[in-house]
Ligand binder design. Sequence first.
Ligand SMILES: Cc1ncc(COP(=O)(O)O)c(C=O)c1O
Length: 468
Amino acid sequence: MSAYPNATATATAATPSDDPACGAPLPVLGRDVTVPLVTGGEVGYAALDYAASAPALQRVWDDVAAYAPYYGSVHRGAGYLSQLSTDLFENSRRTVAAFLGCRPDDQVVFTRSTTDSLNLLAAALPARCEVFVFETEHHASLLPWRDARVSYLDAPRTPAAAVATLERALASRDPEAPALVCVTGASNVTGELWPVRELAAAAHRHGARIVLDAAQLVPHHAVDIAELDVDWIAFSGHKLYAPFGSGVLAGRADWLQDAEPYLAGGGASRTVARRADGGVEVEWHATAARHEAGSPNVIGVYAIASACKALEEAGFDALEARERSLVARLRAGLAEVPEVKVLSLFGDDAPRVGVLSFVVEGWNSSHFAAALSAEYGIGVRDGLFCAHPLVRTLLDGDPQEQGECGAPEAEPGARSLNAIRVSFGAGTPEEHVERFVRAVRELVSDGARWSYRTEDGRCVPDRGAAAA
Ligand SMILES: Cc1ncc(COP(=O)(O)O)c(C=O)c1O
């Protein structure tokens, strides 16, 4: 018999909504999946790690399944299915362009992910280009600029300070050299929105270009490249409910078309001929195809287009209102637990998406996340979230005591080395947020009900042990 017989009942009890803003979630895959609890029984899985990868929208899955029998190679095939697939692939490009509000001359390049998109742009920088990036960025935005001169900007503590910091840095740059600013739209650690429009205006005032890392923004907000006046946008399908391995880099064509192809090969080349001297002469495409060598991920691209349509049809006004309501419940619930310290760069009033990181006084974050999973069926994430400088800055600013895994009582003076992140989106039912808040409260007040041990640096339930 389970040591905690009412764990399942506790965890599955839904709290009725009294908030009209909180309409129904969009249907996603996995909403009926149950997972075992270490304490016995099963519970519906609460996927609260959307910022890492969001579940597929049911609509995306259905669209992909409906297309799959008609799947064919694109661009070069003479057969009916190849032509149909080519149309679908190129229509997907138009769908994404419309979703992002692209300008007439913008190009939409399909990549593998945000990381791939930013590496592609990094490979296309003009000579002597200087890059400006805040140290608070995800590593995907922080690290690709290996061949450029990079200015890493200190973490700003307000949106206005971000703009002022960028203005100062750009004012002292070499005005003769090209420059690029790379900035996140929404932080994958704090969920806070960055002042993208103002940063874009500052960049352009100083003759620089700007790329928006929208990995955490597009799943939550309407994004319009022209209205934000950014030069490029990068995002990933798997965070936009389309987990089939595709991403997007959209924006200005000039730097991309002046650059060497990201990958050399078929699809990127228009003509290839032997030269009289024995070498090979290549004429590369001057379209998005230039950077899409090899057979593209047609299903992944179609899945992104399907997700764009589904979100537009659901309406971002409604999606944002619903998410604001969930964020408010989450924050109100956590505010009642004094041991919980929410990590924030811009302060309590900063607008944010459904992404929030925190530490719990006296708890090892890995232990806390493991207990949420094993005892409540809640999937969150612990660590530094591929934004090491930012999380270290946030933790150092507010050092917390941290116990060993399996021993929640902290050594006095020990610090949190990592944090816990909870994140959600359009497919999240209110019950998941309610259950999460309840679980946090219970863990803090009663402690974990199971024993945990460290395995490969992670906290895991000690299956050989009885309850704690
Ligand atoms: C803000 C941000 N940028 C970039 C990335 C990288 O995305 P991907 O792993 O899909 O390349 C992530 C992933 O977590 C992210 O949160």
